[in-house]
Design a binder for this molecule. Structure first.
Ligand SMILES: Cc1cc2nc3c(=O)[nH]c(=O)nc-3n(C[C@H](O)[C@H](O)[C@H](O)COP(=O)(O)O)c2cc1C
Length: 341
């Protein structure tokens, strides 16, 4: 017998996919990439073939500094999308995040919709859970079990107060979470990376999270998918949607968030995400100090078409990044970090 609420979680996840694919859910803020200028090198003194965009994150090796950001799980459609994304991540040596595992913890029969290890035995894989779930019946042992069963290498802990406040019946009690996050980080034997969902994380909050034992931060800042808009459009209520629209430009733009976090924490593992759309955006984010760059919605759109479309997207991102590196005379990502104007 399923617990009450289980079907609600699955239905919400299914609807999120439709809204993200069918509606305009772009933030009204710009991620800020156009303001980041890289030094063009007219005489690079390297060959394009010399450019190597291999990256390391949390000690894991990647062939390119790209992450398929956390999105889905919990439905038959999600299972297919996750498999396509995971196969592509495995083939191209990039990292992947699974969607929030709350539905899985509530209903273990959904394991097949999250479990991608059969097709991605080597890919760097992040499990995902909302920190606020720790105030709503999800225990540290539940998270530990989920990570073990998914054979995940790390955990994304998402922090989404705005999204919860805008969704009907959202989990809005964020009291006392920091000590629970500290307990979770101490209990797990994989690194925990804290992320937002399109609004960003300030340096002050990052410092509190790092003190609690978090290993790194994913900005998931503003300029890409707006979760205020997603929740507004999902609500089916004109008043709610109008209220959510007033938050469509909420948060810190991603380029700004990356700069602020890198300035304050020179060696913290840092992911830039939120409105990263091209290889040139990735080059700019790396030059600002990011170690890895995540994209969500573009990967959802590609995976909805086919596995080949996901491969094509990754190919275009890598090629754009490599050409930007070549045109700044940077044979490695370390070189690219010196190319900021
Ligand atoms: C369909 C969809 C589902 C998402 N589900 C989750 C989730 O379960 N957990 C999470 O941390 N973030 C989730 N996100 C947020 C993304 O991981 C990412 O932080 C955000 O969308 C910004 O990236 P983008 O501008 O490239 O889409 C989701 C995003 C999309 C598009």
């Amino acid at each position: 017998m399923l617990q009450p609420g289980i079907h609600a979680t699955e239905a919400r996840k299914a609807r999120h996919l439709d809204v993200c694919l069918d509606d305009d859910v772009a933030s009204t803020l710009d991620a800020g990439w156009s303001g980041v200028r890289l030094r063009h090198e007219a005489l690079p003194e390297i060959a394009l073939d010399d450019v190597d965009c291999a990256a390391r994150f949390l000690g894991f090796r990647l062939r390119a500094p790209i992450l398929i950001s956390s999105m889905t799980g919990g439905t038959a459609r999600a299972a297919e999308l996750n498999l396509r994304l995971a196969e592509a991540a495995e083939a191209s040596g990039i990292a992947m995040g699974l969607g929030s595992g709350r539905a899985l913890i509530e209903n273990p029969a959904l394991m097949h919709t999250f479990d991608v290890r059969a097709v991605a035995p080597q890919a760097v894989l992040f499990a995902n859970i909302g920190a606020v779930s720790l105030n709503y019946g999800i225990g540290i042992d539940d998270v530990q079990r989920m990570i073990a069963e998914l054979r995940a290498d790390a955990l994304f802990l998402h922090l989404n107060p705005l999204q919860e406040a805008l969704q009907p019946g959202g989990d809005t009690n964020f009291r006392g979470l920091l000590p629970k996050i500290a307990e979770l980080c101490a209990a797990l034997d994989v690194p925990v990376v804290a992320k937002s969902v399109g609004s960003g994380i300030s340096p002050v909050t990052a410092a509190r999270l790092l003190d609690a034992g978090v290993a790194g931060i994913d900005t998931a800042a503003a300029g890409g998918t707006s979760w205020a808009r997603v929740e507004g459009k999902r609500s089916g209520d004109d008043g709610r949607e109008a209220l959510a629209e007033t938050f469509a430009g909420w948060g810190q733009p991603t380029a700004e968030a990356v700069c602020a976090l890198r300035a304050r924490f020179p060696s913290m593992p840092l992911i830039a995400s939120g409105g990263v759309r091209t290889g040139v955006d990735i080059a700019r984010a790396i030059a600002l100090g990011a170690d890895l760059c995540g994209l969500a919605l573009p990967f959802l759109e590609a995976a909805t078409i086919s596995r080949a479309a996901v491969d094509e997207l990754i190919g275009a991102l890598v090629e754009g990044l490599r050409i930007a590196m070549f045109a700044t005379g940077s044979a490695t990502l370390a070189g690219l970090r010196r190319a900021l104007l």
